[in-house]
Write a protein that binds this ligand. Structure first.
Ligand code: SAM
Length: 300
């Protein structure tokens, strides 16, 4: 059964397996391990697109072969980090001829620590339609199994490898009020956990997610210290996502409260100033009210 989707314009865009695919650039997510994690719509788009663009055309061919999708003489364009400037015009030319172009990265969702951003930007700027065939991404898979809060998360990609830049990068994320998701090479996983212990404290909860959806999938959850102990002396192989709990909220000092109240009392009466500061700094409303009364008295 072919399925009907609603396109950006609100018009139904028909897409059966191998059927006609709407003109435009289609970012297609592909599996991060298990080949069966491809979506039916990703297969539709790969089967029906006029042009296939790929970070690695060999990987794309192999994926299509696994799923019985012939390239059938369609043009394949290699588009990766090192040839964007030369390859982009080729993709844009195809879009200019009202063709459908499917883009796949090496694995997972294009643009997520993978090429595609500048290609998408160029297509949008030139007025072409851009579609997503959403699917797997290691970041979201790791968040899902991490056991850490998922209400707000910050995907930070790969940390820089150079020591100074890496430290500044990690320091900049330390206080983020969101679950952090990082990609890291297995060669540097011991190093990053040591750095996190030093900068974030040994008790911060983390989940080290390795080889998700693959045969040797492993998830280690616990404090930074516990995970360091669990992998001590081990050489970790494969692909890794590190999920890190957010910093505990900092409790405001009496001085912080006074300072915020002084500012609030300029425009607000005592009760409203206390309510605002209590909510902003997460302190009990009664304490803020008492402090506001004291400051008001001092001010005369
Ligand atoms: N675009 C991909 C995505 O959507 O997840 C990410 C591409 S990035 C170049 C590759 C990194 O993703 C790996 O170094 C690893 O950190 C993470 N990754 C990819 N597949 C993974 C898997 N099966 N298990 C754990 N991490 C994975």
């Amino acid at each position: 059964m072919a399925d009907d989707m609603t396109g950006e314009s609100g018009k139904a865009v028909r897409s059966g397996f191998g059927g006609k695919i709407a003109a435009g650039l289609h970012f297609v997510a592909t599996p991060i391990g298990s080949a069966r994690d491809i979506t039916l719509r990703a297969l539709d788009v790969l089967a029906g697109a006029d042009v296939i663009a790929a970070e690695d055309t060999r990987t794309a061919r192999k994926l299509m072969e696994i799923h019985g999708i012939p390239v059938a003489g369609r043009p394949m364009i290699a588009y990766h980090d090192h040839n964007g400037a030369e390859a982009r015009p080729k993709v844009l030319a195809a879009l200019g001829q009202e063709k459908s172009v499917a883009y796949v990265s090496e694995a997972g969702t294009p643009l997520v620590a993978d090429p595609g951003y500048q290609l998408g930007r160029a297509a949008i700027d030139a007025g072409y339609r851009v579609f997503a065939a959403p699917g797997p991404s290691a970041a979201v898979a790791a968040l899902t199994v991490s056991g850490l809060a998922s209400d707000r998360f910050l995907f930070a990609g790969f940390p820089p490898s150079q020591t100074g830049a890496r430290r500044r990068w990690l320091e900049g994320l330390e206080a983020a009020q969101a679950t952090l998701i990082l990609y890291e090479s297995p060669k540097r996983v011991h190093r990053i956990l040591g750095e996190l212990r030093e900068l974030y404290g040994a008790d911060r909860q983390v989940a080290l997610c390795r080889e998700l959806t693959k045969r040797f999938e492993e998830i280690l959850r616990g404090s930074i210290d516990q995970v360091i102990a669990a992998i001590e002396g081990r050489v970790l192989k494969g692909e890794i996502v590190l999920v890190i709990d957010r910093a505990p909220p900092k409790s405001a000092s009496a001085e912080d409260v006074d300072q915020a109240l002084r500012a609030a009392l300029v425009d607000l009466p005592v009760k409203a100033a206390a309510a605002q500061v209590a909510s902003d700094l997460g302190v009990p409303r009664r304490d803020a009210y008492q402090a506001a009364l004291r400051l008001k008295e001092e001010q005369g």
